[in-house]
Design a protein around this ligand. Structure first.
Ligand SMILES: [Zn+2]
Length: 297
């Protein structure tokens, strides 16, 4: 059962595409293994020093809208990619959506924080040799600067910007390119969070004095939310990431915002608090359906 949370009027469910394993050194950038290994736990690190990353996507149901934020790895990768470049167990998003009563036709809006392949894989599917949008009735929302970067990749970004994940949306007329903090559906907007990519944008939910931030790749692990200088080597603008992380952390603490972190262990949801010693701590939030379960037992 998908973990659910209430944010004002918004019903939020976290659905997982599975998990992925990536090089721990790349995830933690300048931070030496001697510091990050105890955080991850030796048992979670494989023989190739890869660590597991969740693929937590977010569903928001409100009025007539069903918004899906991020679409995981998808199912279009070939054998070599699955075995060597992106090992893991993923491709489960559609089943997970079905399990909470949502079919491909039901989704009315899809938003991507950026267009790296682990965030937009299920944007499209292959059907009869053709790549088509997975969600035929959805508008897809992407930052226009991110789309430009994705269709004009450089040698560093080429391997992760796969046209098949976004070009068919443009061709079908379903793609809406947005600028900065534009609205996705009423009450839900992009929150520009540059650093990982120049036009990376988190997703902000605001309703009845409550708020939530779907962070995207602002962080790859919750410890990076607690420690400003722990920045992934995947970020193309690390010093911008540093400043962005400071600002988002401050906002999350002040507003007591719910944080949804895509690559945390499922469901990856929590809040950031400031401790007396000045350090920040990420506190995992119990899902409302888990709380209700406890009440009944
Ligand atoms: Zn990612």
């Amino acid at each position: 059962m998908a973990s659910s949370y209430q944010v004002g009027d918004f019903e939020v469910s976290i659905v997982s595409d599975g998990y992925l394993r990536l090089d721990g050194g790349a995830i933690f950038g300048l931070i030496p293994r001697i510091l990050w290994e105890p955080v991850i736990g030796r048992n979670n690190i494989d023989d190739e020093y890869r660590i597991p990353l969740g693929l937590n996507c977010m569903v928001v149901r409100h009025n007539n809208e069903i918004l899906l934020v991020e679409t995981g790895m998808g199912n279009k990768h070939d054998e070599r990619t699955r075995n060597r470049i992106y090992p893991g167990d993923y491709g489960h998003l559609l089943e997970e959506l079905e399990a909470i009563g949502i079919s491909r036709n039901d989704v009315t809006a899809v938003a991507n924080t950026h267009l790296h392949t682990d965030h937009c894989g299920w944007n499209t599917i292959e059907k009869d040799g053709e790549i088509i949008p997975t969600f035929p009735n959805a508008r897809y929302f992407v930052q226009s600067g991110e789309y430009k970067a994705a269709i004009n990749p450089n040698d560093r970004t080429r391997a992760t910007y796969l046209e098949e994940n976004f070009k068919p949306l443009y061709e079908s007329g379903q793609l809406t390119l947005v600028e900065n903090a534009d609205t996705i559906i009423p009450g839900i907007t992009f929150l520009p969070t540059p650093g990982h990519t120049e036009n990376h944008a988190s997703v902000l939910l605001e309703s009845k004095e409550e708020s939530a931030i779907y962070t995207g790749d602002l962080v790859h692990h919750e410890v990076q939310m607690e420690r400003d200088a722990w920045i992934s080597a995947f970020d193309i603008l690390p010093l911008i990431s540093l400043e962005t992380k400071r600002q988002v952390a401050e906002r999350a603490i002040t507003d007591n915002a719910l944080l949804i972190c895509v690559h945390n262990t499922y469901p990856g949801v929590g809040r950031l608090i400031q401790m007396e010693n000045g350090r920040k701590k990420f506190i995992t939030e119990l899902a409302t359906n888990d709380i209700n379960k406890d009440d009944q037992s």
